[in-house]
Design a protein around this ligand. Structure first.
Ligand code: KIV
Length: 259
């Protein structure tokens, strides 16, 4: 994963976006984005679940395949689903194998404590592993919801410790989600692999956002997201124009019909 690691040099920031399907993957393939995350956020964004806990390996596999077909030339990272790294090394290997066979170039694991052996076995097997610290959505029950992490001294230091541990285990980069800027800055300075932030401020090596959020499709307003587009309005207006023209018998025209 040399391409991603090079972003530590600080010459350019890495940009990453989630993607879950073929159509958006085709669009992303025409952009300058550096890499794609098939995040398990698909459980919420695509399937409407309240959290990511019910996302399965099969779901991750199918969405990874679809994204790979639409965007074969960019780096694709796929999320290891909830508990898949907690059922032993052999189980985690099988899941990672399925995801890699589906076309991703590496996998992402949330958290580190209790998963050290699994992470290092994956890395030693030639599977590029991306870490994920801070607000780790798969732990949202024990975290008490989707909350900013590392605000107090103890959790601040614990997250720094976990970032250093992940680096030692050989991960190639770390996603850092919803933490104070000062914590992100300290981790960015202390570890020698790229830190990719989401709600982690500007002092990191790159940024990742959920595609539907940055395009303004989700209708959600998070503090750390900016609407770079307002596709929701376009979609609603487009569908309503279609309904109107169907009702007024303006669609289809003769040109849009077969003779
Ligand atoms: O699942 C996901 O989309 C993620 C990003 C929010 C980083 O993990």
């Amino acid at each position: 994963m040399k391409y991603v690691k090079n972003f530590k040099k600080g010459e350019k920031k890495l940009s990453m976006v989630t993607c879950y399907d073929y159509t958006f993957a085709k669009l992303i393939s025409q952009t300058e984005i550096d890499c794609i995350l098939v995040g398990d956020s698909l459980g919420m964004v695509v399937y409407g679940h309240e959290n990511t806990l019910s996302v399965t390996t099969q779901m991750m596999k199918l969405h990874t395949e679809a994204v790979k077909k639409g965007c074969p030339d960019k780096i694709i990272i796929s999320d290891m689903p909830f508990l898949s790294t907690r059922k032993g090394i052999s189980y985690a290997m099988d899941v990672a194998h399925e995801l890699m066979s589906a076309g991703c170039s590496g996998i992402k694991v949330e958290g580190v404590i209790g998963q050290e052996k699994v992470i290092s076995s994956l890395v030693q097997s030639g599977i590029p592993v991306m870490g994920h610290l801070g607000l780790t959505p798969q732990y949202y029950q024990s975290l008490g919801g989707f909350k900013v992490q590392g605000r107090d001294k103890e959790s601040f230091e614990e997250i720094v410790h976990q970032a250093l541990l992940l680096e030692d285990l050989g991960v190639f980069s770390i996603v850092l989600e919803c933490v104070p800027n000062s914590l992100a800055k300290q981790i960015q300075e202390k570890v020698s692999i790229p830190i990719i932030g989401i709600g982690a401020g500007v002092d990191v090596d790159g940024q990742v956002l959920v595609l539907h959020d940055l395009l303004g499709l989700s209708g959600e307003k998070f503090k750390f997201v900016r609407d770079f587009s307002s596709l929701n309005t376009n979609v609603i207006e487009g569908i309503n124009s279609y309904v109107l023209e169907v009702n007024e018998e303006k669609f289809p025209s003769l040109d849009e019909s077969f003779k």
